[in-house]
Every structure is written in C-alpha cells, then in structure tokens.
Design a binder for this molecule. Structure first.
Ligand code: SAH
Length: 220
C-alpha cells in the first residue's frame, strides 16, 4: 500500500464531490462556486460534527444555532447577485461561513449576530483566512446597522415573520434583500425583495427551514 499523497487525494476528491453536489442542486454561478471552493467549510464546524462538514446538510454549532446547508448557502448567495463593489449586510453570522463566502464576492461585508460568542469565534476564523473586508458585530440585527446603511445587498439567515422594516429602510434603491419568511417551525419561504424607486418588489424563491430571528441579545 502506498500512503504517499493519500491525504491530498482525499482532500481533492472530497472537494470535487462537494462542488458536484452544489452544482446538482442548482448552484451554477461560476463566481459563487469558486468562492465556495476557496472557503473550507470544515473550518467553521467544530467537535463531533466536524467530519460531516463536507456533506450537504445543516449542522449544529454553538449557542443552539446551525450552520446552513451548503447548497442553500450557494443558492442564497447566487440569488443575491453580489457585485465586487457592493456593501453587504448579513444578519445571522452563526459560524461565519456565509459571511466568508460573501467576502470573496463583495467589497465589504458587515455581519451581525445576537450571540457574542458566535461573533468572537467567527472573527477568529476570518482572521485565519485573511478576510479583512468582513466586519462582525454583536447586535440585534432586526434593526440592521443604521450607521453603515444603506446597503447594496442584505442577506438574512434567520427566519422572520415578515421582512423587518428597518432592514427594508436600509436597502439602497435597486438593492436586493434575501430573507426567509414564515413561522419558525412551519415551512418558510425564501423571499427576494428588490427596492424600486417607489416601493418594493417581492418574489418567492423556494421553501426553506431556518432558525428564527429572535429580538434582543443572547446570553453568551
Ligand atoms: N449564516 C450562518 C447561519 C445562521 S444561523 C452561517 O453561515 O453559519 C442563524 C443565526 O441568526 C444564529 O447564529 C442566530 O444567533 C442569529 N440571529 C437570530 N436572531 C438574530 C437577531 N435578531 N440579530 C442577529 N442575529 C440573530
């Protein structure tokens, strides 16, 4: 048996399978795929579930939250249609995985979470990946980040009953927001909101399941 290079071959093969699964679920945008090729999901999952990081499934992270399924991350990112000059707000940092992918596509990414611990841990991964264009902050994302607004793109990765109005107000004209909408335990719909010169256009994209958007800061 020849062990030489076996580890490398395993990594390349795993990567190929990961990207193949994304494409087969409809993630076809070349920029999104190359960002997802660059950002190793294994860095964002700790402990027991780390070995499942390359499977297309959501996994538990700290504070009772979840890292989203990679194909859902890919489809949401694709629907957000991020350009290299865009400033993006993500509500729901969680593990930081989604923010890291956005950071490969946008000029600047602000990401917020109500759990201080998640923000701290995600920041450490951003540093290890040399992603200086992500600014992470502990705050209640229901109110957005008024000081940094308006945003070209807003991505909410927790389910709201309705798109929060402060977030709608912080979207530029022509800007896009993707948000899962619905009751926490029922099936939710992923909605794409586009801000028009007057008013908003709403488009339903697909059924999804996210943890709920909760008001106020978390315990840890
Ligand atoms: N995007 C994450 C997954 C998000 S899970 C990733 O890539 O891993 C949803 C996250 O939304 C959780 O971490 C939860 O703490 C956060 N959250 C829920 N309500 C919030 C609120 N009001 N403000 C900020 N973050 C919130």
């Amino acid at each position: 048996m020849n062990d030489l290079g076996a580890g490398d071959e395993g990594t390349a093969e795993r990567q190929m399978r990961f990207l193949y699964a994304l494409r087969s679920k409809g993630v076809t945008d070349a920029r999104v795929l190359s960002a997802m090729e660059r950002i190793d999901r294994g860095l964002f999952v700790r402990g027991l579930f780390a070995e499942r990081a390359y499977e297309d499934m959501p996994l538990p992270i700290a504070c009772g939250q979840t890292i989203s399924q990679p194909s859902v991350v890919g489809l949401m990112t694709q629907s957000l249609n991020v350009g290299p000059r865009d400033t993006v707000l993500e509500v729901g940092t969680g593990s930081g995985y989604q923010a890291a992918i956005l950071a490969c596509l946008a000029r600047r990414v602000y990401t917020v979470d109500r759990h201080r611990r998640l923000v701290r841990e995600a920041e450490a991964v951003f540093r290890s990946l040399s992603l200086p264009n992500i600014i992470a902050q502990t705050t209640d994302g229901c109110y957005g980040l008024p000081d940094q607004a308006p945003f070209d793109r807003i991505l909410v990765t927790a389910a709201a009953e309705d798109p929060p109005s402060p977030l709608l107000a912080q979207l530029k004209i022509g800007g896009i927001m993707i948000v899962p909408v619905g009751q926490s335990d029922a099936v939710q719909s992923l909605i794409r909101v586009t801000r028009l010169t007057t008013g908003f256009d709403y488009e339903e994209l697909r059924p999804v399941r996210f943890v709920p958007l909760v008001e106020g800061l978390g315990q840890e």
